[in-house]
Design a protein around this ligand. Structure first.
Ligand code: KG4
Ligand code: ZN
Length: 335
């Protein structure tokens, strides 16, 4: 069965066609980054309006690229949440209308489940069970994943998400939006050892995180430097490197603890921060002594996209968690 999937939870309009037997057939993405850049962050109203503009052309593009017509589509999937309400409504309304018009089932997908299963889109794909480190702009979670739909939350952030910590610190350093990639790029030119920033909750004894203190620590250093006339481009680069190091250190340490506690040997990293190369590098080093292996989605599918939504829907159908013939019975099984 071919599933046409839609993602519109934030500032990316993503559409994809996935076959339950053959996997990803095609996907298309429109990112609104340039549109929001002038405002230093996502403007929800603009995001919703842009999703409306993009969703139909992208759907056409995806079908054409895969050599499909609407007659080939057996189900429609969409991001049900979490995300910006107006933005979500565009994708959900479009997908549900399409499903209604064509007499197809509509499959609501939890955005984080999309991220969580996206490493299965890469080759080699990890076998279940595994640990998932979900690191996006809105979430930081460690989960134990025993199968599709069998998720156990092991720990999560008590305040800011890892991506949020990257974004907020980037803003303090005067970098553009989105801050994560900008901060990571600047960090390449800095020396992390010049600033020792806190590693929040590193020794908390659990698998929770806290990142909100990090931006305050950076702000304090910036203020001091400004007072002393030392606010230079080199300082920004050093602070960027130190911030990235602090975030990555905590993520890697907790990920390793999750593996030790569960005895599992596989970890997948998903969500936008999963694109961070320093995180990938450090995690690989930390996993060596544990004889564990890390899996990542293809780099282009780390941030929000339609492929992960259509793919998660296909996984749910294949696992028998969504019966296309009786969709009403399983409509809210994801929540
Ligand atoms: O998963 P995602 O696209 O959207 C959410 O569901 O939130 O993640 C976006 C987050 C942003 O905070 C962005 O700054 C961060 O991922 N991000 C990065 C990198 N690329 C994206 N953070 C650090 N390094 C990167 N290379
Ligand atoms: Zn996301």
């Amino acid at each position: 069965m071919i599933i046409l999937g839609f993602e519109s939870s934030c500032d990316e309009t993503g559409v994809a066609a996935v076959c339950t037997e053959r996997g990803l057939l095609s996907h298309a993405l429109h990112t609104q980054v340039a549109m929001h850049a002038d405002f230093g962050g996502v403007v929800p109203e603009l995001a919703s309006r842009d999703h409306i503009r993009r969703v139909l052309p992208l759907a056409r593009e995806v079908l054409a690229e895969a050599g499909l017509t609407l007659d080939d589509v057996g189900a429609v999937a969409y991001t049900a949440g979490p995300g910006l309400a107006g933005a979500l409504l565009v994708g959900a309304s479009f997908a549900q209308s399409l499903a209604w018009a064509r007499g197809l089932p509509a499959i609501p997908i939890h955005h984080l489940e999309g991220h969580l299963l996206s490493p299965l889109l890469a080759q080699p794909a990890p076998a279940f069970p595994f640990i998932a480190l979900l690191v996006s702009g809105g979430h930081t979670q460690l989960m134990r994943v025993d199968g599709v739909g069998r998720y156990e939350l092991l720990g999560e952030t008590l305040d800011d998400a890892a991506g949020e910590a990257f974004d907020k610190t980037a803003k303090l350093l005067g970098l553009g939006y989105p801050g994560g990639p900008a901060l990571a790029a600047l960090a390449n030119h800095g020396d992390a050892s010049r600033h020792s920033l806190p590693r929040p909750m590193l020794h908390s004894g659990n698998l929770d995180f806290s990142f909100s203190g990090l931006k305050t620590a950076v702000l304090t250093r910036l203020k001091t430097a400004r007072e002393q006339g030392g606010d230079t481009p080199a300082l920004a680069a050093d602070l960027a490197a130190a911030t990235q190091d602090a975030i990555v250190d905590v993520l890697v340490a907790k990920a390793a603890q999750a593996l030790k506690r569960t005895g599992l040997k596989r970890i997948v990293v998903a969500g936008g921060v999963g694109a961070n190369l320093k995180l990938r590098e450090r995690l690989a080093l930390a996993l060596r002594p544990l004889k564990a292996e890390a899996f990542f989605p293809p780099l282009s599918l780390c941030t929000d996209n339609g492929a992960m939504i259509a793919f998660a829907a296909a996984q749910r159908v294949n696992a028998g968690l969504f019966d296309p013939k009786a969709p009403q019975a399983t409509e809210h099984a994801f929540s």
